[in-house]
Design a protein around this ligand. Structure first.
Ligand SMILES: [Zn+2]
Length: 106
């Protein structure tokens, strides 16, 4: 039974299904949002994660805003809006740990 179509990887021309979301928790002190950097298939994940970390490092934050380090989440396989599952075990290949960023750390 067709339920829409699978979300594909952010990499141009990559036909892979986006099993993973690379995102960081952003807050302005009042609300929290999950800021998505990339949707990625398994094969492109290390490259996307490295680029997300680069983007994160260059992100300009306004006063009171904070942005946690990018994290890898596994998307639900069914198109049912199930919960994202944090996959910290997939975040280990991209170099040393980086800190969360936020007000007062600039
Ligand atoms: Zn891909």
């Amino acid at each position: 039974m067709l339920r829409g179509y699978p979300v594909t990887c952010t990499t141009p021309a990559c036909p892979g299904v986006a099993r993973y979301k690379i995102a960081a928790v952003w807050s302005d002190g009042l609300k929290l949002e999950l800021k998505t950097y990339f949707l990625s298939c398994a094969g492109c994940l290390p490259g996307h994660y490295a680029r997300a970390r680069t983007k994160h490092a260059g992100c300009v934050l306004a006063d009171g805003e904070s942005l946690q380090a990018p994290a890898v989440y596994e998307r639900p396989t069914a198109d049912d809006g199930g919960p994202l599952v944090r996959r910290a075990d997939l975040e280990n290949d991209a170099g040393p740990a980086i800190d969360d960023r936020g007000a007062g750390t600039v």
